[in-house]
Design a protein around this ligand. Structure first.
Ligand code: DOR
Ligand code: ZN
Ligand code: ZN
Length: 343
């Protein structure tokens, strides 16, 4: 196989940031993905219609041809009225990060407090707004801190409770990293879908931490942290299965070198420049190239109820070396040779 042509893909979860960083990174995504779900965990979170409108305008200034699918964050101040107004202004997603679980999530709502926001979720359910969450619990049942590796599994009961309570709410489980969560999504009703990243299909915990659990490769560090090989296998299996519940969301999350050098380092991996070539390689290795198009260009749009993208993109088998950096941001697989490239 020398090349493939697929419908233009969607990135159903990424972090293009704001200001200078946005100018620097957005085109890496928009050149390949004409549409994407833009996460709003900015230093001042995108939490209202006005915030989303301003952010959309900023994105549009950088690339007027890109179609951002806008989100607002569930914060302690979110009301049903805010959600209603946002949806009326074409904000499709209510984004959930538990407080202090990840980058710029200080204003988020804890898993144990989610029940106080049921009127908000009920409004989202009625409107058909997507509830897209970063499902990690920082604490166990007794309130003791959990190691990062156990946090996703401990969030599953909270997620189950939401799904049970809101049978018509469209729920997205972002960036699944464990076999347990894959199994949960497979067994959940049709209104529950999940995004999968390419880095979680490649990395496992030993690529991130040493045997004592200390982070040894900050460039491979993200949240949720990569898990074991069995988990990576489960992700690849789900990704290449043709199950429409699983679709692509890169979670491309650039941080400048200075933030990656801190202890602990900023969490997030910048994959936008390599995501599609890496997916090609992965699908090819798993005899599933014919399923790539549905995973990146169909299932996400269908889950969201959006028309499929027009246009096509050609991928060729033609080796190239990934640059190490874009500006001050390390690129995933920098310095490595990839077999596939975008024509
Ligand atoms: O690794 C991550 N980086 N996980 C997230 O949930 C947020 C993201 C970021 O914004 O940096
Ligand atoms: Zn996340
Ligand atoms: Zn994310």
């Amino acid at each position: 196989m020398r090349g493939i042509i697929i419908r233009c893909p969607d990135d159903m979860h990424f972090h293009p940031r704001t200001g200078k960083m946005l100018k620097n990174v957005l085109l890496c995504t928009s050149k390949v993905f004409p549409r994407g779900v833009v996460m709003g965990n900015l230093p001042k979170p995108v939490a209202t219609t006005d915030d989303a409108q301003m952010y959309r305008a900023e994105i549009y200034c950088v690339d007027p041809n890109f179609s951002p699918i806008m989100t607002i964050m569930l914060t302690k101040s979110t009301t049903p009225q805010i959600v209603k107004e946002a949806f009326g202004r074409d904000v499709r997603v209510l984004k959930y990060i538990p407080n202090n679980v990840s980058t710029n999530s200080e204003e988020g709502v804890a898993l144990t407090e989610l029940h106080n926001f049921y009127p908000v979720l009920e409004t989202a359910e009625k409107l058909g707004m997507i509830f897209s969450g970063h499902w990690e619990s920082p604490l166990d049942e007794s309130g003791a801190p959990l190691p990062e590796i156990d946090r996703e599994v401990h969030a599953i009961p909270f997620l189950q409770e939401i799904v049970r309570h809101f049978p018509n709410l469209k729920v997205v489980v972002e960036h699944v990293t464990t076999r347990e969560m894959i199994q949960y999504v497979e067994s959940a009703p049709k209104n529950v879908g999940a995004t999968l990243t390419v880095h979680h299909a490649i990395l496992n915990i030993s690529n991130v931490c040493d045997s004592e659990g200390k982070i040894r490769s900050p460039d491979n560090y993200c949240k949720p942290i990569a898990k074991g090989m069995i988990d990576t296998d489960a992700i690849i299996r789900a990704m290449t299965s043709g199950n429409p519940k699983f679709f692509f969301g890169s979670d491309s999350a650039p941080h400048p070198m200075s933030a990656k050098e801190k202890i602990p380092p900023a969490a997030g991996i910048f994959t936008a420049p390599v995501a599609l070539p890496l997916l090609c390689q992965l699908f090819e290795e798993n005899d599933a190239l014919s399923r790539l198009e549905n995973f990146v260009s169909r299932f996400g749009a269908e889950f969201y109820g959006l028309p499929l993208n027009e246009g096509e993109i050609t991928l060729r088998k033609n080796p190239w070396t990934v640059p190490d950096y874009l500006g001050l941001v390390h690129i995933f697989k920098g310095g490595k040779v990839l077999n596939w490239r975008i024509a």
